[in-house]
Design a protein around this ligand. Structure first.
Ligand code: NDP
Length: 306
């Protein structure tokens, strides 16, 4: 039977490990400080930001919610980021995506001081990742490496296939696996015969954004499957099909009007994989834990503690 890789358990471990580091910083200097910029009123982003601020509070990290209006211009946002860059009590700056359409997102990410870039999205830090230099790593892929390590899933010498090449998940995931000495293939929407590529994988990471797209024919028997996808489906027939008529899922759908599904067909994953991350409760919980870790590391670096 496939082993379920429990993201909530790993998140709790990481948070426990964070606590003494926050306490040590608070005792010797001051608690780490994170500024979260949420421009506009996108409801999903609002939920993410509240979760990040709550996680800070739980750990004793100071947080600040900066909330420019949805009409903010690129110049105004750059000025806000500039002020946060200059503040000595702020160790980490997070610009919540997506930004309002009129804002140049790339300019905003480039404006964050790389030393305070706790998302690891700045091109300087992406360069550090590629060249194996220290620096903050993109939270979701870094969390996945933690899961693989803490469940003793070997990476060195294994074939890893990452489906998806975004700057925030696919590309950093591929480089982190490469640094663990996996042999890595990156696939995307123009990859011919995706299923055959995926079947090569000892470790298959799906970061696509397409509900249950990866099925039994993509998964080699005994592979480890990491499902990054977080797709909210609002069509009852689709819920019925993906979850094979599961009463529990249909009841959840009837209560909430939607159900969360990953990029991998859940039944196929459970049948064919030797270990996998479920959705929800797999990769999702780790992203915020790694953000906390990046914020603490940023404070430690700025105080010369590491
Ligand atoms: P993007 O939309 O930025 O990237 C999706 C990638 O998937 C692209 O590289 C795209 O290829 C590829 N792709 C799309 N369709 C196909 C296809 N049919 N066959 C092969 N490849 C395909 O998404 P993100 O990387 O930001 O996110 C991916 C998923 O992970 C989403 O479901 C998102 O919600 C989730 N996510 C979850 C997080 C968590 O904390 N659990 C955090 C971040 C994301 P191409 O480049 O050719 O277009």
């Amino acid at each position: 039977m496939a082993k379920i890789l429990d993201g909530n358990r790993i998140r709790d471990q990481i948070k426990q490990e964070c606590k003494p580091r926050v306490e040590a910083l608070a005792a010797s200097k001051r608690p780490p400080g994170l500024a979260v910029i949420l421009a506009g009123d996108d409801p999903a982003s609002g939920i993410y930001v509240r979760s990040k601020i709550k996680a800070c509070k739980d750990l004793g990290i100071e947080s600040e919610h900066v909330a420019p209006p949805a009409s903010v211009t690129t110049a105004e946002l750059l000025a806000i980021i500039g002020e946060l860059n200059a503040r000595s009590d702020i160790d980490g700056i997070l610009v919540q995506m997506p930004l309002p359409a009129q804002v140049d997102s790339k300019a905003a990410l480039l404006a964050v001081d790389p030393l305070k870039d706790v998302d690891g999205f700045h091109p300087y830090n992406m360069g550090c990742l590629v060249t194996g230099r220290p620096g903050p790593r993109s939270c979701t892929p870094a969390g996945i490496i933690e899961v693989l390590k803490r469940y003793d899933i070997p990476m060195a010498g294994r074939r890893a296939v990452v489906v998806g090449r975004s700057d925030i998940v696919g590309k950093p995931m591929a480089f982190l696996l490469l640094h663990e000495n996996a042999t890595v293939t990156i696939c995307h929407s123009k990859t011919p015969d995706l299923a055959a590529m995926c079947r090569e994988a000892d470790i298959l990471v799906a970061a696509i954004g397409q509900p249950a797209m990866i099925g039994a024919r993509h998964i080699r028997e005994g592979a480890t499957v990491i499902d990054v996808g977080m797709n909210r489906i609002t069509d009852r027939a689709q819920v019925e099909r993906i979850f094979r008529g599961s009463r529990e899922k249909l009841e959840a759908f009837d209560r909430n009007g939607s159900v969360l599904v990953g990029d991998v067909d859940p039944a196929a994953m459970a049948e064919r994989a030797s270990a996998y991350t479920p959705v929800p409760g797999g990769v999702g919980p780790l992203t915020i834990a790694m953000l906390m870790l990046n914020t603490i590391q940023s404070a430690e670096r700025r105080f010369g503690a590491c």
